[in-house]
Design a protein around this ligand. Structure first.
Ligand SMILES: [Zn+2]
Length: 96
């Protein structure tokens, strides 16, 4: 059995939509992506489910009542924050 936070999948899906927008000019590296996910997830309620291995998680996601506006705004806000202060540059002390 797996304990899984469905919100992670929802945030990841929204984040990929943001990345795919033509006007998006921020970083999409793994570090920035992880930072954006962490920031957005910290603002959203966790939605844990217990699932059996192999079960189709997207099927459960489709049944989740979700507040799309909160989800989208948390993701957009997180991407803006990371864009302004990308931590992939943190080795350079003078950045920011
Ligand atoms: Zn980056």
């Amino acid at each position: 059995m797996i304990l899984y936070n469905m919100m992670e999948k929802l945030v990841l899906e929204e984040l990929e939509k943001v990345f795919n927008k033509e006007e998006y000019n921020g970083c999409t590296c793994e570090r920035c992506k992880a930072d954006m996910m962490a920031l957005a997830l910290n603002k959203l309620p966790a939605k844990y489910v217990v699932t059996e291995q192999g079960e189709i998680i997207s099927k459960i996601v489709a049944t989740l009542p979700q507040n799309q506006v909160d989800l989208l705004s948390a993701v957009v806000e997180a991407s803006e924050l990371v864009k302004r202060r990308p931590r992939h540059l943190e080795n350079n002390e003078n950045i920011g």
